[in-house]
Design a protein. Structure first.
Lengths: 196, 87
């Protein structure tokens, strides 16, 4: 089924499965440091012109709000848009192949070399850098999403639930998510929101 | 090889939790792989996660390295697929 995002015009020219696979293989092999979306946009919108900017943003929103990795969701949506199910399979294989092969090799090496002092020191440095990257992502997301003081209460509840009480993420998502939805429910006449 | 069904079910479940990005599932990833199944220790998980940030492609391809640790060559492929294919 090609009509993943209804109302989109069909892609201008027929794109072959090989082209889809190669484009996503290149993205999978060159997108260092987690900014896969930027690489996707540069390739799909600017370079190949397979989708336009508004379609990209629409697909991005779907990728982020559905379960699964954002970048692999995106590969499935774009591949499906271009060539249906086979296109989706070509896109996800291309996207995942380089990284998983490299991580497979790294996993083997890590198992054999992790005890050596030089390797331990290097891994320590990489881990510190990864913490920095994770914090950067959390801050970017926070600036966009946590816009009211009372939102911080839900942030705190989620942290306490996972890190202090060691509840399962699924339970925390269910309870805190439901609370947050109830708190932010649309209200009829607008009394000033409490906690502000 | 006997861990294969557990690998697939753990990562398929984690995949359903990653709403908004792979990072969302990290606490559960740590709990399941380290505390519950003892596939690797916490330090190794943090090392592999960090290396996943450095390697190209989606960062969560580091699950291939966990699969490789648990049961050798084939499961690494399955693990990556289970995490990637749920769209």
């Amino acid at each position: 089924m090609t009509a993943s995002t209804s109302g989109d015009p069909a892609p201008p020219t027929e794109v072959t499965l090989g082209e889809i696979f190669r484009a996503f293989l290149l993205i999978g092999a060159t997108s260092f440091g987690g900014g896969v979306m930027a690489y996707l946009r540069a390739s799909l919108v600017d370079k190949h012109r397979w989708i336009d900017d508004s379609t990209f943003v629409q697909m991005l929103a779907m990728s982020q709000s559905l379960p699964g990795l954002n970048s692999t969701n995106m590969a499935v949506l774009v591949g499906d848009h271009l060539r249906g199910t086979a296109g989706a399979a070509a896109a996800i294989c291309g996207m995942c192949l380089p990284g998983s092969l490299i991580m497979f090799a790294i996993g083997t090496l890590h198992g054999q070399l992790a005890d050596r002092p030089a390797v331990t020191a290097m891994l320590h440095g990489v881990a510190a850098a990864a913490v920095g990257l994770v914090m950067a992502v959390a801050m970017q997301l926070g600036r966009k999403v946590v816009t009211r003081i009372d939102d911080l209460a839900f942030v705190a509840l989620a942290v306490i639930g996972v890190n202090v009480l060691h509840l399962s993420v699924l339970a925390v998502l269910g309870v805190v998510g439901a609370l947050a939805i109830w708190w932010h429910r649309p209200r009829a006449a607008a009394p000033p929101p409490p906690g502000r | 090889m006997t861990q294969l069904p557990a690998l697939i079910s753990v990562f398929a479940y984690l995949s359903l939790l990653t709403v908004g990005g792979g990072l969302a599932a990290f606490p559960e990833l740590k709990y399941l792989t380290v505390d519950r199944y003892h596939w690797l220790d916490a330090t190794a998980l943090i090392h592999l996660y960090s290396l996943g940030q450095v390697a190209p492609g989606p960062n969560m391809m580091m699950v291939a390295a966990i699969g490789e640790r648990v049961a050798g060559e084939m499961p690494a492929v399955r693990t990556a697929q289970a995490d990637g294919d749920r769209a």
